[in-house]
Write a protein of this length. Structure first.
Length: 298
């Protein structure tokens, strides 16, 4: 006798969609007017019926199965909305304001946005550049990509988006002129170079990892944008610390070369941030879900 597949209940599907959007059991409980334990029970029941875990338990990031299933669930939920409301939502052009640091915007976000537009053609993206340190954008954004630790930003809801490794780089000409082909991991080799400073990524982290006893440099070129630091190094101004995922174009073109095989995970990360209630707007939830699935954390 063939086994009959039971469709998951709408309550389980709604809890799953809300948890993927809000990434907080308590927030889902408030939205659905149930207890947190009821939300957890519905997720466990759905995972049991599907036969696969849908979330990483540590931070509620979707598994591969969860990402694929969420797309189907959202289509089903939208199909159950009131016909007139559904038609209006699909015909109306939505606007989504994003702020992000300049190098992240150029090297990570911009090349990916074509894919987002093909999936969500009714969402217009407006991007403003965030000033490093101050997290100031041209106008109030719906979703912020921020860089740092964000311990002071208690009013924001946030999730870690991208972690990166750091290592020293310079131009081929600078390396040759300063005899750096023999290595860059000793105090003597480093002392003879001009270290490009960036308060967003101090040298101390890499020094400690390599056992270098030098102090944090206090003189020389300084930039508060990672891309400017890399461009300065490519122009022969000295040695800069590169973030692996952001420095791809400079390394691939050969304008910059790594000076050491030693790379250490930076204590600073890129975060996705939003204010309470933002993800109740479907376009905001769709963007956060898409970006989390598209950007590899490590």
């Amino acid at each position: 006798m063939a086994t009959t597949y039971r469709l998951p209940t709408i309550n389980c599907l709604m809890a799953f969609e809300a948890l993927a959007r809000l990434r907080s059991v308590s927030a889902v409980a408030d939205e659905m007017n149930v207890t947190p334990s009821a939300v957890s029970h519905r997720i466990r029941k759905l995972e049991s019926e599907i036969g696969h875990p849908l979330f990483s338990r540590s931070d509620f990031r979707l598994t591969d199965v969860g990402s694929q299933y969420l797309a189907k669930v959202r289509i089903a939920i939208r199909a159950l909305e009131k016909p007139s409301e559904f038609t209006i939502q699909n015909n109306r052009k939505l606007r989504l304001k994003i702020s992000a640091p300049p190098t992240f915007s150029r090297q990570i976000l911009l090349p990916m946005l074509g894919e987002f537009q093909s999936i969500y053609p009714n969402i217009d993206i407006l991007i403003s550049v965030t000033i490093p340190f101050f997290n100031i954008s041209a106008e109030q954004a719906d979703i912020d990509v921020r860089f740092g630790t964000l311990e002071e930003e208690s009013y924001l809801q946030k999730v870690a988006l991208m972690q990166d490794r750091i290592f020293p780089v310079c131009s081929p000409a600078y390396s040759e002129a300063h005899g750096l082909s023999g290595g860059f991991n000793t105090d003597a080799a480093i002392t003879g170079c001009s270290l490009i400073r960036n308060p967003l990524e101090p040298w101390r982290t890499w020094f400690d990892f390599c056992g270098v006893s030098l102090s944090e440099p206090v003189e020389g070129w300084q930039f508060n944008d990672i891309g400017l630091s890399l461009e300065a190094a490519a122009s022969g101004y000295g040695v800069a610390l590169a973030r692996e995922k952001l420095s791809g174009p400079w390394l691939q073109s050969g304008r910059l070369i790594p000076l050491s095989p030693k790379a250490v995970t930076s204590p600073h990360q890129h975060y996705l941030c939003w204010r309470s209630g933002t993800l109740e707007r479907r376009e905001c939830a769709d963007f956060v879900e898409w970006l989390m699935a598209s950007v590899p954390f490590q």
